[in-house]
Design a protein around this ligand. Sequence first.
Ligand code: FBP
Length: 552
Amino acid sequence: MQQARAVYAPKLPKALRTGAVRVELGAPSAPATDQEAIRALFPHTYGQPEVKLVEGDSTLTTAPLRVGVVLSGGQAPGGHNVIAGLFDALKAANPASVLYGFLKGPIGVIEGKYQELTAALIDAYRNTGGFDMIMSGRDKIEKPEHLSACLRNFEEMDLDGLVVVGGDDSNTNAAVLAEYLSAQGSKTRVIGVPKTIDGDMKNGQIEASFGFDTAAKTYAELIGNICRDAQSAVKYWHFIRLMGRAASHVALECALQTQPNICLISEEIQEKGTTLEAIVDGIVEVIVRRADAGKNYGILLVPEGLPEFISDIKALIEELSAILGRDEEYVKDLGSHAERFQYVSGRLTPTSSRVYSSLPVDIQAVLLRRDTHGNVPLSQVETERLLIDLVSDKIRLLQAHGQAKSVKFSPLGHFFGYEGRCAYPSNFDADYCYSLGYAAAMLVRAGLTGYTVNVQRLVACSDEWAAGGTPVTMMLNMETRKGKSVPVIKKALVDLDGEPFRYFAAHRDAWAITDAYLFPGPIQYYGPTAVCDAPTKTLALEKGAGTCCCGR
Ligand code: FBP
């Protein structure tokens, strides 16, 4: 399999294959909100036009270029193909061009740690999962000293372009760096690539972040296997938490692929203001109904990001973030969790203080941690265990009152996250990532900066895909992070009016009681294109099928 995937030739959109590519400029862009604040922060890169890469007499430079690439944030399948696409496109335009890989994420850019990416190195990683070719990291290029260090390093390297492969935060940082470099008169252009298995970096221009397809399909395979086991053993309830820091796209996609008995969608819970107690009651109701029908087993999917969407816990996290925004170092230096607990509890509102005390100590501790982007590391919160405990308590209570007699609740908890982040990219991600890298090279060759590369029409066959660039400032809005108002790319949460959620909502009642499980099996690489190259159900429902030359 390793050998076979190594020689797989990723498919490129027809428009990029010929090499004769020209840039078509659209109208000046503007963000949907906060225009004045964003214009003030990005005077050199605000308002740039959207661009399309179309076939035609090329206006792109063929001079040899020196370009760097950095992988930022969590791993996502296909990262190596972004680099391979970038490399191949640069070399095709001029074999004297050089590609450098900055090591261990943005810290490698700040500290000037990099290596030249040779053809032999690239070949060893084509179509593989992981980010291990140059590794990744969660550092952030944001402080003035980071920006000036980057400028110094780029001048020393005589760098023409930097390609930042990352999610919403990293693409935001790419825009900050692009703005700074432009203001300094630097020749180094900065182009972002939309990456994250969470699937939440998408909008009108960016149809999907790469890695979502493979990760969700990998988890769906495992969930399907567990569905079959649950139906065979007929004695376990499986509570499965799925990665996805904020949005529930991964959980929703897995639900569409496997049709479990329950799937919680954080965005709906937030919209309805559902409390933790009401969530538990809803789960218990399904467990009792299934038990009454002789089924003391089932499958529940819970998105990793759930805690931040439950009204009482969300308010608590926001208050904790404000406290940490002021006193993070002080809180960190306190000797024990008990001291930290006492310090922050005394500064919370009475309601949040009550909620905080009611949580298990390990969850209290995680809620006091923040990554460099100010996010709670939710992958460390065992929400499935919390739900299992609360559901068990509730069932015990009901049974003590002579109710829920048919229920025999044997729960098992699972967390699927790291199992999928470095999986072999599906054909979709292999092709998509290679195309993103290829198109990123074109944007650098066009001399553009402050753009995120896009590839659109993803439900069509790859021939019909269309590539271009979206000005990052167009995707920004102002949000409060660590108590400060900052520009960030707006995260795409699950749209409750969108087709994927509507489809799920229309079917979930039936899935709760009947065993309508689907068993997607492993990702396929050989066979009919309808199987091997299929996009996610989310994309198919969002964009509609039958839009392609091949009828797909
Ligand atoms: P990115 O948004 O950086 O791609 O990372 C996404 C993710 O996989 C989340 O789903 C998860 O919460 C997080 O990374 C975990 O990362 P870490 O292991 O660094 O805490």
